[in-house]
Design a protein around this ligand. Structure first.
Ligand code: HEC
Length: 89
């Protein structure tokens, strides 16, 4: 990494694994919410859940998860394999 004076406005998008582990994984996979990995959930359904937070889920704003991060996260979840260590609600 180079030091080029002031940082640009938007931080680099975090990888989906990181976003999931930090932001989703403490509910999903921890007896609190349904398993969402390994189910091939549609990308648009995932994006909608994250932005609108229906029923007992929380919503996340673009300041918490950027659009680019959400896109990558939804794609990653859609293609992810189930983790046997995770437990559903
Ligand atoms: C505070 C706990 C919590 C966090 C954090 C959370 N969720 Fe959820 N989520 C829930 C609950 C509870 C439900 C079930 C909502 C319902 O339908 O009643 C849910 C449902 C979902 C569903 C629908 C699952 C299905 O079976 O149809 C998706 C997709 C989802 N969450 C994605 C995410 C993603 C992606 C993140 C991280 C950005 C996240 N959630 C973070 C609690 C959480």
């Amino acid at each position: 990494m180079t030091c080029s004076g002031f940082a640009s406005a938007a931080p680099a998008p975090r990888p989906p694994e990181t976003v999931y582990a930090k932001t989703c994984g403490y509910c999903h996979g921890q007896h609190v919410a349904p398993i969402i990995r390994g189910r091939g959930l549609p990308v648009d359904v995932i994006e909608q859940y994250v932005r609108t937070g229906p029923r007992s889920m929380v919503a996340f704003r673009p300041t918490e998860i950027s659009d680019a991060e959400l896109k990558a996260l939804a794609k990653w979840l859609n293609a992810s394999k189930a983790d046997p260590k995770e437990k559903g609600e």
